[in-house]
Write a protein that binds this ligand. Structure first.
Ligand code: SF4
Ligand code: SF4
Length: 391
């Protein structure tokens, strides 16, 4: 195993993790299960010692097999006999009240194949388990504070079922993130930050990355690429700027308050490029300022667009059967394309070919809490209908 990647302290866990880590969310998007194992083996071969998964990172792969990220991660670690150090695993659950917390936690332990208490193992390999509350937002945080689930999480840490406690959250929840950091309960937090959206970092009312760092909470940086599958939108925007994927990653790696940047590669080749960036030099202050200025030119065009991240579908589907992320993604590509005077005719064909319809939306608003970018989904659906269904 190689170990050339620099390590940083993961806050008060005291663990030293590779500054590039692996996000296992996209394992479900790969063609074959074997490809997922090949990628996980590559990650471990490179000496990466933090893997980030979640209870809900499940889905059907291209062969129609149900894929569970936790199962793949657990199996990949179990079959290794050459790991020289404990792998740090983050997994996340949606249990914001004690009963749901217990159900999700035990399900995750079982899917990962974690054994023991305190000194946790998967197969013959030691691991460190950081258990996260997934997607902390205003309503979930209120529930967590009132339900007693935070006490339960601390008990499971004392009992040794998990080693550390963390949470993930998103841009719209700065106030809740600060409050959660202030509790002193959390060892690690996973937050979005990238060159296009620095609102939880230096552009926020409070630099929460720095705030967490000063409280010794380890920061896992997600969304370094500003939304995992935002390729169609990015393709439309990238001829306006010189910021490529390695630059986006290097920008995050250059932030001293971040413990590790979580890259969710979908192939060995993609992760090989991420490794190359991680092994290279960090950006200078001058380069950082230059790229920030460039990013700010197009940042406004990225507001209010669907990133096609599909997080909204992890635990929710529209009761009326509306494929709202499908509609929103085409609507977003359309609005950006029109601003840039690009040909958008292909999007109309895609809308028809995918059989997308908005008419069943009753504007109940149930989907709103599941969009991590806080998009006004019912409103965007109406606008999409006016564009795509009136031709
Ligand atoms: S607002 Fe429309 S798309 Fe959203 S859950 Fe309700 S019916 Fe479905
Ligand atoms: S609707 Fe929101 S959560 Fe769903 S894919 Fe779009 S940006 Fe992501």
């Amino acid at each position: 195993m190689k170990s050339g990647i620099n390590r940083r302290r993961l806050g008060k866990t005291g663990l030293y993790v590779t500054e590039l880590s692996f996000g296992a969310m996209n394992l479900r998007l790969m063609n074959f299960i074997e490809e997922s194992y090949e990628l996980l083996d590559y990650v471990l071969d490179q000496g990466i010692n933090l893997i980030d998964t979640a209870r809900t990172y499940n889905g059907e792969n291209k062969q129609g097999q149900m894929v569970e990220s936790e199962v793949l991660v657990g199996n990949a670690i179990r079959r290794r006999t050459d790991l020289k150090e404990p792998i740090v695993i983050i997994t996340k659950g949606h249990g914001y009240v004690p009963e749901d917390y217990k159900t999700d936690l035990f399900e995750s332990l079982s899917k990962l194949g974690v054994e023991g208490k305190g000194s946790l193992k998967i197969g013959g390999n030691d691991i460190k388990l950081v258990y996260f509350f997934h997607g902390l937002n205003d309503t979930r945080w209120k529930t967590m504070k009132e339900s007693g689930v935070l006490d339960l999480a601390q008990e499971s840490k004392k009992e040794g079922l998990i080693n550390y406690i963390g949470f993930s959250s998103h841009y719209a929840n700065a106030a809740e993130i600060k409050e959660a950091l202030d509790t002193g309960i959390f060892d690690v937090a996973e937050l979005p930050y990238n060159i296009f959206n620095r609102s939880l970092g230096e552009d926020g009312a409070i630099n929460l990355l720095e705030y967490a760092y000063n409280k010794d909470v380890g920061i896992v940086n997600m969304k370094a690429f500003n939304g995992t599958i935002m390729v169609p939108i990015y393709k439309m925007l990238k001829d306006m700027i010189s910021i490529d994927y390695p630059t986006m990653l290097n920008f995050c790696l250059s932030n001293p308050f971040i413990s590790t940047v979580d890259a969710g590669a979908k192939s060995v080749e993609e992760f090989r490029q991420d490794i190359e960036t991680a092994l290279g030099n960090r950006l200078s202050i001058r380069e950082i300022e230059k790229y920030k200025s460039e990013a700010d030119v197009i940042a406004a065009d990225m507001d209010g667009i669907c990133r096609e991240c599909m997080h909204c579908l992890e635990k929710f589907s529209c009761p009326q059967g509306v494929d709202f992320p499908g509609v929103l993604s085409l609507y977003s590509r359309y609005t950006v394309g029109e601003k840039l005077n690009k040909d958008t005719s292909e999007l109309f064909k895609l809308y028809t070919d995918k059989g997308l319809r908005v008419e069943d939306c009753i504007e109940c608003g149930l989907c709103l809490e599941w969009c991590e970018y806080k998009l006004d989904i019912p409103d965007m659906l109406k606008k999409a209908r006016d564009i795509f269904e009136t031709v």
